[in-house]
Write a protein that binds this ligand. Structure first.
Ligand code: HPA
Length: 278
């Protein structure tokens, strides 16, 4: 993988700017199977990742691989339909490329979504979890998207991560879900590199350290966003209850099928949330 320098981000920023005549305010990253939200965008401008300079291209089924720009619930948005993952062979900085481009485009608010396994035994397939915090395993042991020389144009060398997920936005989400009677879980998301799903011993370990959901994405994006001072909100679609005793298998097909079912629940929340994201 080639090193990314500032000009690589700028080339992608220019390509996007020259395709739109509005200022996007909110960025959304749609995870596995949750891509349907992009269909809600009005007057969409669609930019396949292959058409954008230096853009890392996703290779996974369930990830479309394009940007959709337009109006969503009265807000100007940039929707990333599909993302790249560590297990595809990308370097951690590549996983943050899209978010840094959003930042350079002037986007200051980010909504991230993913499909995740439920580690918390109270979670069931089909649940939506508001991400209250994360554990970034690969990032904790060197695979941090900010590793390497720090570029001050994005942020400081040692960014604070005490409130990675915006508490004021989280309060709005809780208000919306209570008012609309949408069941909502909340908890800590743990990022693992994948692509293997977890062994039962790993699930018990993750549970013991306080993880509620496990997945293979999101954290590098959130790290880059917080580095740049963007406000973040995150949702995990719980696509499967992880097995603590090895009696249940996990498959990608099951993940995609359940994510399809969860998409409308997240859409129902975002419909009310976006207009309130000041
Ligand atoms: N583990 C890791 N990632 C996942 C899972 C899981 O059980 N489900 C969806 N993404």
């Amino acid at each position: 993988m080639k090193e990314i320098d500032y000009s690589h981000y700028l080339a992608a920023v220019d390509a996007i700017r020259s395709s739109i005549d509005f200022q996007p305010e909110i960025g959304l990253v749609l995870g596995s199977g949750l891509g349907d939200l992009a269909d809600e965008v009005e007057n969409p401008i669609i930019l396949p990742y292959q058409s954008l300079p230096n853009w890392p291209v996703s290779t996974v089924s369930g990830h479309k691989g394009r940007l959709v720009l337009g109006t969503l619930y009265s807000r100007k948005v940039l929707v990333q339909q599909g993302r790249v993952h560590f297990y595809e062979g990308y370097a951690p900085a590549d996983l943050a490329f899209a978010v840094r481009v959003m930042f350079l485009l002037g986007i200051k608010k980010l909504i991230v979504t993913n499909a995740a396994g439920g580690v918390n035994p109270n979670f069931k397939a089909g649940d939506v979890m508001l991400i209250s915090d994360h554990i970034g395993f690969p990032a904790m042991v060197g695979f941090n998207p900010l590793a390497g020389l720090n570029d001050e144009r994005f942020g400081v060398r040692f960014p604070d991560m005490s409130q990675a997920y915006d508490r004021a936005y989280a309060a709005k989400v809780r208000e919306i879900t209570e008012r609309k009677n949408i069941p909502l879980q909340s908890g800590t998301y743990v990022w693992l590199s994948g692509p293997t799903f977890e062994t039962p011993a790993e699930i018990r370990f993750l549970h013991s350290i306080g993880a509620d959901a496990v997945g293979m994405s999101t954290v590098p994006e959130v790290i880059a966003a917080r580095h740049a001072g963007m406000r973040v909100i995150g949702f995990s679609g719980i696509t499967n209850a992880c097995s603590h005793d090895g009696e249940v298998k996990t498959t990608h097909e099951e993940v995609l099928e359940t994510a399809d079912m969860i998409g409308p629940k997240i859409i129902a929340i975002l419909k009310d949330l976006l207009p309130q994201m000041d």
